[in-house]
Design a protein around this ligand. Structure first.
Ligand SMILES: [Zn+2]
Ligand SMILES: [Zn+2]
Length: 264
């Protein structure tokens, strides 16, 4: 297992961003007694080794949602915390099927990782359920989970009360993917996104994909406005047919990808 596919970016002395081939970003938060890894990547390399090089503290893993690019490396840690609405056999089975097909991006191919390297291990760990408001005490550092369904039913935002940082996963990324298995309607997404926007005025937001994954309240607000415009454009109702649509236009850094049958 190779550690070198991961790149570590230091946010501050006790907070690190771990970059898996530019494809997804995880965050390691160090307290005085424990470390919290928020999302653990696909696990195509030795991310546990990377974390161990950064800290000797006991590691807890919690995911912003259970998609394979966030929970795949669970097998290296043995157990991960997942929001209760995704912590079930059905979601797990659907998810495995989905992610086995989609796991390998161009970035990972460049890193020499194949389906075979990952297959069979991706979900081989224990999932521990948590609910809205769950608090992770790290010793002098407190992290709280806020349930914000949308991109997936159990998407959460983690706020770091101590350092005023927040970690939003995929739910408000500048490239917002809502045409994905088990996503909510756009209308339901708005509720959590508005909560996230409010939080982002107090906490510095970081997401899981995109150019260095640094967010701003302005970007979150712009994405919310796109979704409002889509709902307006469709006259507050769904199309009869399910189609993949892009708004305002297809772009990998500023766009909403949605299902025309899942507007409201
Ligand atoms: Zn996702
Ligand atoms: Zn993702």
């Amino acid at each position: 297992m190779d550690k070198s596919i991961y790149k570590v970016n230091k946010i501050n002395d006790t907070t690190f961003q771990i970059d898996e081939c530019g494809r997804d970003y995880c965050y390691l938060l160090l307290g005085k007694e424990k470390a919290l890894l928020i999302d653990c990547s696909i696990g195509s390399g030795d991310i546990k080794g990377v974390v161990k090089d950064l800290t000797d503290l006991p590691i807890t893993v919690a995911v912003t949602h259970a998609h394979g690019d966030h929970s795949g490396a669970g097998y290296q840690f043995g157990e991960i915390w997942v929001h209760e609405s995704e912590c079930n056999k059905l979601f797990r089975a659907i998810n495995i099927q989905h992610w086995r097909k989609k796991l390998i991006s161009n970035h990972m191919r460049k890193a020499g990782v194949t389906q075979k390297d990952i297959k069979g291990r991706i979900y081989d760990c224990k999932w521990l359920p948590f609910s809205d408001g769950k608090v992770f005490e790290l010793g002098g550092r407190t992290v709280t989970a806020h349930h914000t369904p949308g991109h997936s039913p159990g998407s959460v935002v983690f706020t770091d009360e101590t350092q005023k940082l927040m970690f939003t996963g995929d739910n408000t990324c500048p490239f917002l993917l809502m045409k994905v298995m088990c996503a909510t309607t756009l209308e339901k997404w708005l509720v959590g996104a508005e909560k996230t926007l409010e939080l982002s005025k107090e906490y510095e937001p970081w997401c899981a994909h995109g150019e260095n994954a640094k967010q701003t309240p302005q970007q979150i607000e712009r994405t919310i406005n796109y979704v409002r415009e889509i709902i307006e454009k469709h006259g507050h109702k769904n199309e009869k047919e399910s189609k993949k649509a892009f708004y305002p236009e297809k772009s990998f850094d500023d766009c909403v990808v949605y299902d025309t049958k899942k507007i409201v």
